[in-house]
Design a protein around this ligand. Structure first.
Ligand SMILES: C[S@@+](CC[C@H](N)C(=O)[O-])C[C@H]1O[C@@H](n2cnc3c(N)ncnc32)[C@H](O)[C@@H]1O
Length: 274
């Protein structure tokens, strides 16, 4: 796996993996993200948040390449099982390919988290990492997450709050405009801070929320912002010209060159009992 990524892709369009020319861009983006040290800690907490998983049936919603589902499957043991579901057939195919020959109790299906094809209370635990933020109907998605957990079962969620993006840049005014535009370009830019309220409102109890700040390497920062900001500029959403936008990137390239680049983003792990 290389640690660079074409920066023209738009990570806000994870709902459209199958209709983009190159689904492998999204796969590579997720592999880069999941390799960050902070993600290791997030995955560990998501697993402990689900409680004792021995013998449990667990649903991983928006499973992507299935790496996390396989990690979960190591904890359920031979009497349990993990089902990974994703809207994208390309992702499900990748997840099945990566799991081929594995003795772990894990399987994969396509499903839209806004209308899950499973019975009420079908799972002991449900996990959703970085998928809610892409849903066009967040209320339906959250209702579904809760519906398929059995009474007493556990929910574990990780999502970013994009307004927490911090980047060290000399031009504060331009940076504020660009960050605000990037935040508002997401379907649910304030997703993270709303997690606790949204699941309390759905009747869950023992709700906990833990912040995790991720330091963003320059390549990952570029891949996350560059395509979106260029599109926003081209469609007239910014006061900056294309040249201004190009100039804004220059100090960041220089900082990266001098090992002075700094950016971070905070996400939140929610745990809750139905
Ligand atoms: C950022 S990736 C996260 C994947 C995985 N959970 C991880 O953390 O590595 C978002 C995933 O959500 C999937 N997705 C987007 N909208 C979805 C929906 N409505 N229902 C199910 N999956 C969806 C995408 O296809 C993609 O695989």
């Amino acid at each position: 796996m290389t640690d660079t990524l074409d920066t023209t892709g738009d990570v806000g369009e994870f709902t459209a993996v199958d209709t983009t020319a190159d689904a492998s861009w999204f796969i590579h983006f997720m592999d880069l993200a999941n390799a960050l040290p902070e993600y290791v800690a997030v995955r560990r907490e998501l697993i402990t948040t689900l409680g004792d998983l021995t013998g449990s049936t667990v649903l991983d919603v928006g499973c992507g390449t299935g790496d996390d589902a396989r990690e979960l499957a190591e904890h359920v043991g031979p009497t349990g099982g993990v089902l990974g579901t994703d809207l994208s057939e390309a992702m499900v195919t990748e997840a099945r390919t990566r799991s081929a020959g594995s003795p772990l109790p894990v399987r994969f299906e396509t499903a839209d988290m806004c209308a899950l094809p499973y019975d009420d209370g079908a799972f002991d635990g449900v996990r959703a990492k970085l998928v809610r933020q892409h849903c066009p109907n967040l209320d339906a998605a959250d209702d579904e997450l809760v519906r398929v957990i059995r009474p007493g079962g556990r929910l574990a969620v990780f999502d970013y709050d994009f307004e927490t993006l911090a980047v060290d840049h000399p031009d504060r005014a331009a940076t504020r405009e660009l960050v605000a535009c990037w935040v508002d370009g997401h379907r649910s830019g304030w997703n993270g801070r709303q997690l606790e309220r949204r699941f309390l409102d759905r009747g869950l109890r023992e709700v906990t929320v833990t912040p995790h700040t991720v330091r963003l390497p320059f390549g990952f920062f570029r891949a996350s912002l560059e395509g979106k900001l260029a599109q926003a500029q081209a469609s007239g959403q910014l006061s900056l010209s294309a040249e201004d936008l190009q100039s804004w990137w220059k100090p960041l390239f220089a900082a990266q060159e001098n090992e002075r680049f700094f950016a971070s983003l905070t996400g939140f792990v929610l745990g809750a009992t139905r």
